[in-house]
Design a protein. Structure first.
Length: 123
């Protein structure tokens, strides 16, 4: 406060920002500080309102006609995704079973060839 005028505060001295560090960090810090200065007054005004005044302001209306359709479509897409995942899992297990069966068949064929050659040698 000054001595000449009681009740009036002297304007705050704005200090020049100290540029320590990389340019991108200093620029980011300045942008954040500018945003804080820009939004501090509206936030203070909003906090100063009493509860009744804040309740009488119009609230944004939800897009109910669109949201029901969107929810239905999302549910259908989730169901399709679940069905596709189950099908892929079944195919994966089928591929594993086919590979295992092929190994069994190849082992059986190799055994039969061995038996056939062994019988030919005895003759």
């Amino acid at each position: 406060m000054t001595d000449e005028e009681p009740g009036v505060e002297a304007p705050a001295q704005v200090a020049k920002p100290v540029r320590n560090g990389p340019k991108w960090a200093v620029d980011a810090k300045e942008r954040v500080q500018a945003a804080m200065r820009r939004h501090s007054q509206p936030l203070a005004d909003r906090g100063a309102k009493d509860a009744n005044e804040g309740d009488t302001e119009p609230k944004p209306e939800p897009a109910s006609a669109v949201s029901a359709d969107v929810q239905r479509i999302r549910a259908e897409l989730v169901d399709v995704g679940i069905a596709a995942r189950r099908t892929l899992e079944r195919l994966r297990w089928a591929r594993v079973l086919i590979a295992a069966a092929a190994q069994v068949v190849m082992a059986f064929i190799a055994w039969r060839i061995w038996v056939w050659r062994a019988r030919r040698r005895r003759q």
